[in-house]
Design a protein around this ligand. Sequence first.
Ligand code: HEM
Length: 221
Amino acid sequence: MGFISTSIARKVAMALSGLFLVFFLGQHFVINISSVIDPDTFNSWSHFMGTNGLVQFLLQPVLIFGVVFHFIMGFILEYQNRKARAINYKSYKGNSNSSWASRNMLISGVVILAFLGLHFYDFWVPEIVHKYIETHPEDPSRYFPELVHKFESPVRVGLYTLAFILLIFHLWHGFSSSFQSVGFNNKYSRALKGFTRLYAVLIPLGFVFIALYHHFNQLPH
Ligand code: HEM
């Protein structure tokens, strides 16, 4: 990777792409929680996101690039950290030196990536087929029933929940350390760390809630 050649630059790039994804996750949560509060709002927000040219042809490709970039960079960083640790040092004491979350970013990241594969297959692929391949006429009220129907299967709800729990661990370490990587260090650091930890727990649990809520509130067929 000639364009990001120092390890500091790679860490900063990792942090910035992670912060971008955290921001996406927040807005994704707001749209999805509206499906629990008011289906009409969910339908109209989804319709806007699904038909607006700027969202479709600029923000969506940027988001997909962000996901792929974060994933590839994560692997490169992990590989280099392992290489730098010349001998797998004997004094490594596991949890007395660092948290489970920080030592297992690759594992939680790979589970989240696998979830994204399933999630794209569930929502994104049918959406692309619906709009650009089968070219159905627009129907702004279809999003809510489609979403509820997706959570009918207990297997899918179980897999989603597992991924959301690993997302807690991934964000627990990743979100707070991203500010360190970009050099944010001042009197607000402690408060910011508290906020990142709260976000890391509440947003994924919120997603769990959405999945369970729709699972137990299926619409009549
Ligand atoms: C209960 C939880 C969730 C629900 C109900 C949900 C719902 C949706 C829906 C309806 C779409 C389709 C958007 C479209 O029409 O293109 C979507 C796309 C997407 N979701 Fe989720 N989502 C959930 C959790 C998550 C989580 C935890 C992540 C990230 C870790 C995530 C990442 C994405 C991404 C990257 C896309 C593609 C966005 C795009 O380019 O359109 N989602 N989600």
